[in-house]
Design a protein around this ligand. Structure first.
Ligand code: GLU
Length: 406
């Protein structure tokens, strides 16, 4: 994050005082979270909430429950949220949370106790005008419901706008679940137009079969793109004739993993990145395309469904190879865009039909895509640096206007 930020700041000729402010996180908290486990023992988990910036609005960003999450990672993810919200021009800053745990090994009751105690521990930072969490890796609508309930119990009032990604009925927005995958599709569609490529003649490989990966696959298929590979943490499936995505969706609902689905050859998570496809969607986790494997990438377009799937070292080589990269802070911004709509709807107490959500989101994504590509052309920089320049400049302008409170 910082390498790219430095490059964007340099091209923008960013005022050194603003550079110092925007490069660091505004506020962060680390807490110990004791949880009574189902067997009666107590486990202590470490949790974080980082607010990178609240210059343009309340901090916004997901909460990650993962075994290997750490504070530095959460800081980078928080800053990415700041630039992402600025790129799509929604009135939020950036934040992120994390708890070091293995959600797949915990019972629902343990997860509920962990979530509620974590929220109680970071309570002072949260609020609809302060910091609004959302789902991320390892968290879902149920966890968002517990967050909303815990906060509402403490604030002694129904406060749905404290968190987004909630189920419909609890203040969730129609279209939120599909939003990130739909944004991936919309950006890819715009890229295909820009490159004058025919979607119906393209193939795609998707790394990740969670909320982002699976829905990106289903959405890309609506354009006529043939999805030839998809993977989850245990590995992937490849079928040059195209995968049965509906079958995979049903299989995943029942089995929670791809293994055992018989409609393609098993491949590894490393192999899926190097397939001879037109479109590659890394939609799992960070740092999967590195200087070590970037030479083997064959895709013409990379749409970053995940946050940070390419390392800064890989960027340079992708540029040299002429790969059209749709950077994470643009490609996966559909999620936070509909989170913004959810927050607005919760605050006005009026809920929009799915069509309205989808149309508003499409406008935002298409405009943001055009702004990034335009910036890249004018400044002769990569799409990634263009997206950073757009985002950083918007945050810098607001920071300058607000001045430094002393
Ligand atoms: N976790 C998602 C992201 O990284 C969504 C954040 C949000 O909706 O606030 O963009």
């Amino acid at each position: 994050m910082q390498v790219r930020f430095d490059q964007a700041a340099d091209r923008l000729g960013l005022d050194p005082n603003l550079f110092g402010i925007l490069r660091s996180c505004e506020r962060e908290i680390t807490i110990s979270i004791p949880v009574v486990m189902d067997d009666g023992s107590v486990s202590v988990f470490e949790g974080y909430r980082v607010q990178h910036s609240t210059a343009r609005g309340p901090a916004k960003g997901g909460i990650r429950f993962a075994k290997n999450v750490n504070r530095d990672e959460v800081r980078a993810l928080a800053a990415w949220m700041t630039w992402k919200c600025a790129v799509v021009n929604v009135p939020f800053g950036g934040g992120k949370g994390g708890v070091v745990c293995d959600p797949f090994k915990m019972s629902r009751a343990e997860l509920e106790r962990l979530t509620r105690r974590y929220v109680a521990g970071i309570m002072d930072l949260l609020g609809p005008d302060r910091d609004v969490p959302a789902p991320d890796m390892g968290t879902d609508g149920q966890i968002m419901s517990w967050i909303m309930d815990t906060y509402s119990m403490h604030s002694k009032g129904y406060t749905p706008a404290i968190v987004t990604g909630k189920p419909i009925g609890l203040g969730g927005s129609l279209g939120r679940i599909e939003a990130t995958g739909r944004g991936v599709m919309l950006c890819t569609r715009e890229a295909l137009k820009h490159l004058d490529m025919d979607a119906t003649k393209c193939t795609a490989a998707i790394q990740g079969a969670g909320n982002v990966g699976l829905i990106s696959a289903l959405q890309l298929a609506t354009l006529g793109v043939k999805i030839v590979a998809i993977s989850d943490v245990h590995g992937g499936l490849y079928n040059a004739k195209g995968l049965d995505l509906e079958g995979i969706r049903e299989f995943l609902m029942r089995n929670r993993k791809l293994e055992g689905f018989d409609g393609g050859d098993r491949i590894s998570n490393a192999e899926i990145l190097e397939l001879p496809v037109d479109i590659l969607v890394p939609a799992a986790t960070e740092n999967v395309i590195t200087s070590r494997n970037v030479g083997n990438i064959q895709a013409r377009i990379i749409t970053e469904g995940a946050n940070g799937p390419c390392t800064a070292n890989a960027d340079k080589i992708l540029d040299e190879k002429g790969v059209f990269v749709i950077p994470d802070i643009l490609a996966n911004a559909g999620g936070v865009t509909v989170s913004y709509f959810e927050w607005v709807q919760d605050r006005i107490g009026l809920f929009w039909p799915q069509k309205e959500v989808e149309e508003r989101m499409e406008h935002i994504m298409v405009d943001a895509f055009a702004a990034v590509v335009d910036m890249a052309r004018k400044w002769e920089v990569s799409n990634r640096i263009a997206a950073y320049m757009l985002g950083v400049n918007r945050v810098a302008e607001i920071t300058r206007m607000r001045g430094i409170y002393a």
